[in-house]
Design a protein around this ligand. Structure first.
Ligand code: NAP
Length: 541
């Protein structure tokens, strides 16, 4: 049962609600965590800053936003009823449907009563004496719980570059991760898009037809590949539903929770003709097959990678009519696959339109936002609307923007100043009873989050059963894990580009690998072993 504690200070009486667990975030992870903890009989409250549930799929409502994993591989797998009831309409479902799905989940499992929306958590303070956390929301509410679960998302702290003059702009502007619920009327407007990452690559072809003129400010081109989305016909729908057990069993065994199988051959083992035929075959397929279904050495060997990268560059060149523009869109400064591959529909064709202009802001960087538009080092571009598709302070940003104070008042922001320091991504020394929900990094997000949610629920169940009030990672375990992450990822492809994977997209952020150093099956096995050994590496009290 939930209690209310009347706390009296000098001249105020405040109500502090008391729960067994507090979850920050009502996205994919937070919703499932709530479900699992309630199954254990805990009282739980979820706080979220959005006006609706869904996290990423609530906020990222820009035109074109959709899954890059096949819909049926991305949905929750924990409920057979849910799997059979929900019909994914498209192979790569769009944001409106994804948001509907998460609302459906919230209703189906009766979760809403424990979710407080429009409630950004501004701070969380650990009470050493009581072994519990007290959280404060921006509107002044307080709540306490033994366990705090930060299900704050990997890509949820939006990043807006510090361009001078943004407040002077006389038109409208927004960040793609804060697209207004009522939409933006871009019809007949002169629109500028800053950034050409996965978000912009989805957005640009959608709005190019609607606007009077579109100026795209590109700093670094990406290797984008065709998504090849389509609707799911009734027969395929039936086949998908019948195959869920095998599908999820398979996804469990793949490195990132994706459906694609790596070709066990080396790319140089086959003739150039055979190699090209394989590349073409992959190119014609849906989704990430061209990233993850390639030869075994495409993502590990420099020469193999370059061979495929050149194939992709030529695909881009083929689609863009103006050779100068085509060359601007061809990436040359990072290996193929070192960033998550943006999947697109008609992205490159957008640059064949008369009303679309590509501007190289590596050559002439953006200097300021003016009342009329964007001023680069050599030109001022007049605009009615500016859209910042400039990404996120990934993984750590959503945590460090909350004033989280652990033992002795130390903040997570200070602790993470040189990069994340934690044990298995789950807990950081000095912050007992706080579970940090790690993201899947380069993987399929739901496949990555479900097992972690289950592990945390089991762990909390174990603590309660054994009447432990306190769990904290040991300094030795954290030190060893942090060293392991650095060593295991030092030569990984994912560290070879300046992307959010390593914090390189944020000026001044420490360059540290932010994802999991292990494949999903290995990470799962390690967590299981830790639990089987009585939560080895953690101090329980
Ligand atoms: P992003 O990949 O970080 O891209 C941000 C863009 O903004 C980059 O092109 C970046 O250029 C540019 N930028 C940043 N600061 C700038 C500045 N000062 N001047 C000019 N340009 C600047 O962010 P994102 O596109 O939002 O994607 C982030 C991640 O979200 C993706 O990797 C993916 O994991 C996920 N995502 C997934 C989907 C999906 O299909 N499910 C869709 C969208 C996003 P530089 O590259 O030069 O830094």
């Amino acid at each position: 049962m939930r209690d209310s504690i009347e706390q009296t200070s000098a001249d105020t009486v405040e109500e502090v609600e008391q729960f067994d667990a507090i979850i920050i975030g009502a996205g994919l992870t937070g919703l499932y965590q709530l479900y699992r903890l309630r199954q254990l009989g805990l009282t739980v409250r979820v706080f979220d800053d959005g006006a609706g549930v869904g996290g990423t799929w609530y906020w990222n409502r820009y035109p074109g936003a959709r899954f890059d994993s096949e819909s049926y591989t991305y949905g929750y797998s924990f409920s057979e009823d849910l799997l059979q009831e929900w019909d994914w309409k498209e192979h790569f479902s769009g944001q409106p449907e994804n948001e509907r799905y998460l609302n459906y989940v919230a209703d189906k499992f009766n979760l809403r009563g424990d979710i407080q929306l429009n409630s950004p958590v501004s701070s969380a303070v650990y009470d050493d004496g009581e072994d519990c956390w007290e959280i404060y929301t921006e509107d002044g509410r307080r709540a306490r719980a033994r366990f705090l679960i930060a299900a704050v998302g990997v890509l949820s702290a939006r990043y807006l570059p510090d361009f001078p003059g943004i407040d002077s702009f006389q038109g409208d502007w927004c960040h793609t991760a804060r697209w207004p619920e009522e939409g933006m009327d871009l019809t007949g407007k002169r629109v500028g898009v800053v950034g050409t990452g996965a978000t912009a690559i989805q957005l640009i072809p959608k709005i190019a037809e609607e606007v009077a003129h579109l100026t795209v400010f590109q700093r670094t081109p990406n290797y984008a590949a065709p998504l090849r989305n389509s609707e799911i016909d009734p027969e395929t729908q039936q086949q998908i539903k019948a195959s869920y057990p095998e599908l999820f069993a398979k996804l469990k065994e793949t490195s990132g929770g994706f459906i694609h199988d790596v070709d066990p051959r080396s790319c140089f083992e086959v003739s150039p003709e055979e190699r090209l035929a394989k590349y073409e075959e992959l190119w014609a397929q849906r989704g990430f097959s061209k990233w993850l279904g390639n030869f075994k050495d495409t993502l590990t060997d420099d020469a193999a990678n370059e061979d495929y990268a050149e194939f992709v560059r030529n695909k881009i060149r083929e689609r863009v009519h103006d050779p100068v523009v085509a060359e601007m869109l061809v990436p040359k400064d990072h290996p193929f696959g070192s960033k998550r591959i943006p999947l697109e529909t008609n992205y490159y064709e957008a640059y064949n339109r008369d009303n679309v202009l590509l501007v190289d802001v590596k050559k002439a960087p953006i200097e300021s936002i003016t009342p009329k538009g964007i001023k680069t080092q050599d030109t001022e571009y007049e605009l009615d609307v500016i859209i910042f598709a400039t990404g996120f302070d990934a993984v750590t940003g959503s945590l460090t923007r909350i004033d989280i104070r652990g033992e002795g008042g130390q903040t997570i922001k200070d602790k993470y100043a040189g990069g994340p320091r934690n044990y298995m991504g789950l807990q950081s020394v000095g912050f007992p009873n706080l579970f940090i929900m790690p993201g899947a990094g380069a993987g399929n997000f739901t496949r990555g989050c479900e097992p972690v949610v289950e592990w945390v629920a089991d762990c909390i169940g174990y603590l309660r059963q054994n009447e432990f009030k306190h769990i904290s990672a040991t300094p030795e375990a954290e030190e060893a894990w942090t060293e392991y992450v650095a060593e295991a990822t030092a030569n990984s492809l994912r560290t070879k580009a300046d992307s959010w994977f390593v914090g390189a997209n944020i000026p001044g952020k420490a360059r540290v690998f932010l994802g999991s150093p292990d494949s999903a099956p290995v990470a799962r096995a390690k967590r299981a072993q830790v639990a089987a050994n009585g939560y080895e590496g953690f101090l329980l009290r």
